[in-house]
Structures are given as C-alpha cells and as structure tokens.
Design a protein around this ligand. Structure first.
Ligand code: BGC
Length: 759
C-alpha cells in the first residue's frame, strides 16, 4: 500500500467514524427531545402507569372478564396505567395486549413485553452454569443471540437475563442460572450474553433488551437458602459481587432487576446506595430498574416497610423504576407524590428511563414490530438452531475423570448397558427456567447414544432407580423417592453381562432453580446404593452426571473410572453427550464452580483469602477441619481432554513492572496426546500483601487453544495495572505497588508460578 493511499484510507476511516459518532449523538439528542415532549404531556397518573408491570398469564385474548382480579387490569391497560407486561406468550396474545394499550389509552404509549428467556426460548441451550463451563464467549454469545431471535419472533422484546449473581454456595438452587463463582469469568460471560440478546442495535426486529439481575448479592443468600438475607463486607461487594453487573453496563445492557435479598439490613429493592448511588450515578446507567416479582411488597415481611404504601415510597425513592406485580406503585404513588413523600422529579426520572428503552426498541415507530406471525412460524426451533444448540452443549461438557482411558468408548463395543432413569428422560436435560421449551422434547442420553452407534449395535437400557414421583414442574416442590430398589435386580443383571456400563446419575432439573435450595448436595434417592451395587459386578463404568449445581460425590470420584459432567444440556443433550462418549468431539469444558467433597466445606471457592494460619502445621492450630480436608473434589477451572497438555515453566519478559507499563507472561503449551485437543489456558495472579488481604489466586485471563497431537504453541498474556488493582476500604479502585505472583495452568490448582514486583 502506498503512503498516499494509506493516508487517504485513514482520513476516510476517521471521517467515517466521526460521522457515525455525530449520527449517534444526533439520534440520542432527538430521542431525548421526544422523551421530554411526551413526558410534558403526561399526567401524573399516566407517568405512574409506565412504572407498573403486570403478569399476563391470564386470558388476554378472551373477552374482558368481570372478576375482581382481571377486570381492573384490563381497564388499567386501556387507560394507560400499565407500562409493561410479562409472560404474555405468542404473537397473537401480545398483539391483543398491545392493542388494548395503544388503541385505547390517551397517549397510545406501547407496552414492553418481558419474559424469562434464560437459556433459550424453545430451542433449549445448556443451563447457564453448564454453558459457562465452555469458557467459550463466542458460543455463549451465539446461544443468547438465538434465544433473542426466537423470543423476538414470538413477540417478546425484553428478557430477564442474564443472571450475573456470583455464588459460592452450591446449595443455592439458582447457581444453575449464573456463571459460577468467579468475578472475572462472570464479567466476560455477562458481557457476551448481553451482546447476544441485544445484538448491534436494539431496534432490530430480531434483538431483545437484556436485564442484568439480581442487583445485588442475591447469590450470597445465607446458608444457600433462596431469598435469605445476605451479609458481607463492602470490599466483597465491590471486588466480587459487582464486577459482572458493571460489565453488563459497559456492554450496554438496557435494564437491571433488583433482588429479593436484604443486604446487611437493607432490602436490595429499597437500596438507594445500590440503585441510585452506584448504578445510576457512579456507573451512569441510563436504562431502567425493574423490581423482582413482588419484591417491593416483600419489604413489609422483611420488616423494612410498615405497609405496602410505605414500601412503594421506599422503593421509588431508592430508584426502583418499575414495579413487577406488587401493585404498589399504581395503588399508592400518586398519593405519595401529592403528600410530598416521593418527588415528582424522581417519577419523571423513572419514566424517562422506561420510555428511552421503548424508543430504543423501536416500539414507538411500530408497537407491533415484533408481532410477525410469519417469523413466529419460521424462526423458532429451526434445524439450524438445534445444530448450534448441539455444538454449544458439547462445548459445555466437562470430562472429570478418565482412568486408563476408559473413554472414549468404541462404537463397536460388544455390549453397552445404559442404566439410570435420567438416561431415558427427554425432559430433565431441558433444565429449569426453560421458557417455552416443550415438555419431553430433548434428545435423551439413551437416544443420543443409540443415534451414534446406529441400528446394528444394540444398546440395552435398565431404569435402575426411580428419582421422583408426582408433579414435576416449575411451580411445585419435587417429591424425591427416597427408597426404591424395585429396579435394582434387572439393572445389576444387565451390568453384569455387559462390556461397559454408562450410568446416568445426578439431579432432576427441578431440583435446582428458584426456590430449590438443598441442604444436601449428594445423590438423592437410591442412586448411591445402586452405583455401589453395580460396581460390585462391573467396574467398567462411565458415569454421566446431569445436574444443575456442583455435587458432593466423593465415592463416585474415587471409584468410578470415567466421569462426564453433562449438566442439563438442553434440546440436543443426548446427542452432545454421545459425541463426547464416543470421541466424535474431544471435551474441553472447565468447571466454573468448585465441587466440594462435603457440604460442610461450603463456602468453598478457589479465590479465598489465606488467613493468618493457612497451615498445614503439626499442631492443631491452623485453618482446617479436623474431620475433612480443605481440598475440593474438583477445583475451579478443572476439566480433562482426550488429549493431554504439558505446560512449560512460565516466562516473564521482566521481573519488574512499572505502574504504567505492561508485563508479558508466556508459557509453551504442548499437546502430548495423540489426538487434536483444546485447552483453556488460565492465568491467575496473587497480590502478596495489600491494604486489605487479597485472594490466594485471582483469574485474570484465559485463552482457548486448539493443538494437533504433538503440536506446541507459545501462549502469551499481557498484564497491565488494570489486572492488579482492587477496591479498597474506601470503595475506591487502587493499584498498590509490591510483590505479585503469577500462575498459568489448566485449572486453578495445577499451575506453574513465577513472581514479579510492581513498582
Ligand atoms: C425471579 C426473577 C424472574 C421473575 C419473573 C422472580 O421470581 O426471581 O429472576 O425474572 O420472577 O419471572
């Protein structure tokens, strides 16, 4: 390229990006003008209406009912007293509801329709915790993209996802919805999911608004019991809990949802500190905050508000912009403003935010723009989406153990026994929070294995254990069958005569999710007893785990030669697991959350602080249990491959780093196996001493590297001061000079280390 041409290209590029910038600024200015114009026409009651959100699982398309519950809601929809609805399903219903609002209300402001599209709309992807095990940001973004396309095709314009709550407690049922325990991984995944749902432009017909939830600290529920109180330091809030939320703001997330929990005595929904001071002022977030379901009203049982009216006052003053189903704003805000308890300027601020997102979605240009029956027919549950779901699912699988290379299995094995009722389930793999995923629509493990081997190889199946009885759904408590050995004999006989046993164990998908916390995270029912009985007759066992949380399964880990972590992997689960079982796909997933040996070790997480007595020492006086090790069953970041990888010693460009400089950290990675494989190379740091004690390790980078058998590659990371700082006691970001360690490895435990000084 000639210099002249280069200059010309640069000038074109600069003027192009200046133009684009000017255009965006112009669009934004125009949008703000529109908002102000509309706001000036609105009565106080109409403003409050925008802040009101109703659930729509009542019959929208039928005639207006006369009962006390529904009639007022119809009337409010028509008179502009509802700003949003959730759970209105199908283009037909959404169109009807939109019509009620747009064609009857004085100003015709369109509704925004929200729904929990958590890991797919109808094409189900792995539960988010499972998908996070892929450490594959493109795959994660793609899965959110497809969920967005399908939801938008069904008329929805807003998802209540991603859930970005960090959690260190696998007893908490909602760990299945998040990205696990680590703030750095959580930040990357949060941003990928927001980008996936929202795409490049919210006004595109196939993108939806995302919602970062639950702000904040909901994942820190004491004892892992859902909805419970939370209590932790300000430094933990800033360094561990908030970073994924901030990453969502940086990725342009449209909305936030607050949480059910109280933080040190202040319910998240009533927290001005979180919603106004941090989110809106410090982070300049210009979207809106929706309350969690009924969380405004729940400030009464919390003991924070005297009654619902008081709760409405506290929530509005704290910056909760939209009331999901407490019916507190629509009932009391007008009076509260008139009595001077809530400022009208705060109401205006909330309404501006809500209108802004509606404008960005293009709903004012065409309130029915997402209501396209053709799209609803052609864009949901397509072959292409299912193929991508299979790919994301297999990338999410973690190989936990492969003694004597029991895996991959030979497709021509003489006899394969598949045992365990989970293997035959077409429903459990769909996971909880499955949106419109159809009951029993997944490829079961049994079907997937049979598809892979073809008709000539017979796979025999025995149920082995029964896990649940009665109703299985989102709303009801699951009944686990505690003792049932009626199917043992057949299963044991099958195991005995077979060359190899594939044993599916773990959890029903309704054992995890909202309201599904467990005090025991071992194997429920008679599963453990069955495994031990099978092991007596055939040790050639591959366990496939299906679960929504880390499990404490020390006996399995110790005794079973092959273990595959298969989560709840979605529509294509069985095919994806079969790909790994038979080696058509080489597993590369890594755990996003520590697996404890024992529930008593919880909270157990890799980035803990050292304590003054880390031990071990000869005497008893060190930080440990006398009846259990401190070691996890599987550490954060752990996962094997059918290849094997060797890491060289770490090379540092220098042993010192200037505050404004950079440090290049590299290792040589070699595939020492005999098949191509992919490794997630992880970089951790440790700040050895500081004005507050720092974690023993913190993830600060990762790269997914694919190598042919025998191939080597130098993997390079660049550290800068942004990777070395933390939020201090005053809540401010600080980078302190001093001694650091740096580690690189294939999981958080097995690493190579080196050291440097930050000057
Ligand atoms: C959950 C939220 C969810 C909302 C609406 C609540 O119970 O905590 O995560 O978005 O319901 O379904």
């Amino acid at each position: 390229m000639t210099n002249k041409f280069l200059m010309f290209s640069i000038i074109i590029l600069i003027s192009f990006s200046l133009n684009a910038q000017q255009k965006t600024e112009k669009n934004e200015a125009e949008m703000e003008t529109k908002i102000e114009k509309l706001l000036s026409k609105m009565t106080l009651q109409e403003k409050i209406g925008q802040m009101n959100q109703y659930n729509g699982s009542w019959d929208i398309t039928g005639p207006a009912p006369g009962d006390d519950y529904n009639k007022p809601r119809y009337d409010q929809l028509k008179s502009g007293q509802v700003g949003s609805m959730l759970n209105v399903i199908s283009v037909k219903s959404i169109k009807e509801a939109q019509k009620l609002a747009v064609e009857n209300s004085r100003l015709g402001i369109p509704l925004i329709f929200g729904h929990d599209v958590i890991h797919g709309y109808q094409t189900m992807f792995p539960i988010p915790l499972g998908e996070s095990a892929s450490w594959d940001l493109d795959a994660i973004e793609m899965s959110a993209r497809i969920a967005g396309i399908e939801a938008a095709a069904a008329g929805i314009n807003w998802t209540f996802a991603p859930m970005v709550d960090i959690s260190r407690d696998p007893r908490w049922g909602r760990v299945m919805e998040g990205a696990g325990e680590d703030p750095y991984l959580g930040m990357q995944i949060a941003a990928a999911r927001v980008k996936g749902f929202q795409g490049e432009d919210l006004s595109d017909e196939n993108t939806i608004a995302a919602c970062a939830k639950h702000f904040a600290a909901y994942g820190f529920a004491e004892g892992g019991r859902d909805y419970n109180s939370t209590d932790f330091s300000e430094t933990t809030l800033r360094n561990v809990i908030l970073p994924p939320f901030k990453a969502c703001v940086d990725a342009g997330v449209a909305t936030f949802m607050n949480g059910f929990n109280d933080l040190g005595g202040v319910p998240a929904t009533g927290s001005k500190y979180l919603q106004r001071d941090i989110l809106k002022d410090e982070w300049n977030f210009d979207g809106f905050v929706v309350s969690d379901w009924g969380s405004i009203g729940e400030m009464v049982p919390h003991g924070f508000a005297k009654d619902k009216k008081h709760a409405a006052e506290l929530a509005a003053n704290a910056g909760s912009d939209m009331d999901m189903e407490s019916i507190a704003y629509v009932a009391y805000l007008e009076e509260l403003v008139k009595n001077g308890k809530v400022k009208e300027s705060d109401i205006d601020d909330a309404v501006r935010r809500i209108l802004r997102i509606k404008l960005q979605l293009g709903l004012f240009d065409d309130p029915y723009k997402y209501c396209n029956e053709e799209n609803e027919k052609s864009k949901i549950y397509t072959k292409e989406h299912l193929e991508i779901a299979r790919d994301v699912a297999r990338k999410s699988i973690v190989l936990l153990k492969n003694e004597n290379n029991i895996l991959p299995l030979d497709k021509k094995a003489k006899s394969i026994a598949v045992i365990g009722s989970l293997a035959n389930s077409k429903d459990v793999p769909l996971g909880n929070w499955r949106s419109q995923g159809k009951t029993d629509s997944a490829v079961s493990l049994l079907e997937g294995l049979q598809n892979a081997v073809g008709k000539d190889v017979k796979i025999e199946y025995a149920e082995g254990y029964k896990l649940t009885e009665g109703k299985r759904d989102f709303l009801h408590e699951l009944t686990i069958i505690e003792k049932d050995e009626s199917q043992f004999e057949t299963a044991i006989a099958l195991a005995k005569k077979s060359e190899v046993v594939v044993l599916a164990i773990g959890e029903d998908c309704y054992q995890s999710g909202e309201g599904r916390s467990q005090a025991d995270i071992g194997l429920a029912g008679s599963q453990q007893k069955l495994i031990e009985a099978i092991y007596e007759v055939n040790k050639n066992i591959v366990v496939v785990l299906m679960n929504g949380r880390p499990l404490a399964i020390p006996w399995v880990a110790e005794n079973i030669p092959g273990i595959i972590e298969g989560w709840h992997l979605g529509s294509e689960a069985g095919n994806a697991i079969a790909d790994v079982v038979f080696g058509d796909f080489n597993p590369s997933g890594k755990l996003p959350m520590t697996f404890p040996r024992d529930v008593g070790q919880i909270p157990l997480y890799y980035n803990h602080r050292n304590s003054g007595r880390p031990g071990p020492v000869e005497m008893v006086f060190w930080a440990h249990y006398t009846d259990q090790t401190n070691e996890p069953l599987y550490p954060f970041g752990f996962g094997l491959s059918y290849a094997s990888f060797e890491y060289s010693a770490i090379k540092l460009a220098k042993n010192e780093m200037a505050m404004d400089g950079e440090l290049i950290v590299s290792v040589d990675l070699k595939n020492t196996g005999n098949v191509e494989g992919t490794e997630v190379v992880q970089l951790y740091i440790q700040d050895l001493y500081g004005s507050i004690t720092r974690p023993v390790k913190e993830l600060k980078g990762f790269q997914k590297i694919t190598l042919d058998a025998g191939q080597s590659k130098t993997v390079e990371f660049t550290l800068s001061k942004d990777d070395l700082g933390f939020y201090g006691l005053d809540g401010k970001w600080v980078v302190e000079p001093g001694d650091f360690k740096v580690f690189v490895g294939g999981n958080s435990r097995d690493v190579k280390g080196s050291a440097f000084i930050l000057k």
